[in-house]
Design a protein around this ligand. Sequence first.
Ligand SMILES: NC(=O)c1ccc[n+]([C@@H]2O[C@H](COP(=O)([O-])OP(=O)(O)OC[C@H]3O[C@@H](n4cnc5c(N)ncnc54)[C@H](OP(=O)(O)O)[C@@H]3O)[C@@H](O)[C@H]2O)c1
Length: 163
Amino acid sequence: MTTIVVAMGEKNEIGFENQLLWHLPKDLKHFKDTTSGHPIIMGRKTYESIGKPLPNRTNIVISRKKNWFVEGILIVGSIKEAIKFAKKIDEEVFIIGGGNIYEQTIDLVDKLEVTLVKADLQADTYFPKIDAKIWKKVSETCHEKDEKNQYDFCFQTYEKVVG
Ligand SMILES: NC(=O)c1ccc[n+]([C@@H]2O[C@H](COP(=O)([O-])OP(=O)(O)OC[C@H]3O[C@@H](n4cnc5c(N)ncnc54)[C@H](OP(=O)(O)O)[C@@H]3O)[C@@H](O)[C@H]2O)c1
């Protein structure tokens, strides 16, 4: 199973100036619980935004740069290669962004793990439209904002409509 994991606002916004748009510790925990122990695939800009390999996961970073090496991550030159390497490690693979990589992989994956953040924020990077003819929401759990989590949000799982 190949799954996209994303947190997006009400207009599908996901980032601004190579940063996330919110601080939601509950979502960070959800991300960690979902992806730990499995390979994660990301674009070079997302890797640089995080700034270090995420622990307990094989970090596979996609870049066209030649002669770019970083300790602790696997660098590959295409999405196809990223998925091929990831599948050799584990059947469960997670694609974690950013916008550019989501655009190129939404048609390739089996499942979307979306955190829908109830906010409308300035952004320069967006998640592609989730086509209701292709994707069916199969579960949703919502949380209200609190002193540590600045917005209301819902964890949603989408699966591909078959047939
Ligand atoms: N809210 C969320 O869930 C979430 C998750 C992740 C990221 N983000 C946000 O998204 C933003 C970053 O997204 P982004 O769209 O700017 O960048 P990105 O998708 O993270 O990375 C783009 C880079 O990936 C490489 N790349 C893309 N397609 C490729 C291909 N087919 N073959 C080889 N290399 C390829 C290129 O790297 P080179 O330039 O090195 O060749 C390209 O510049 C940040 O604001 C980040 O905070 C949000």
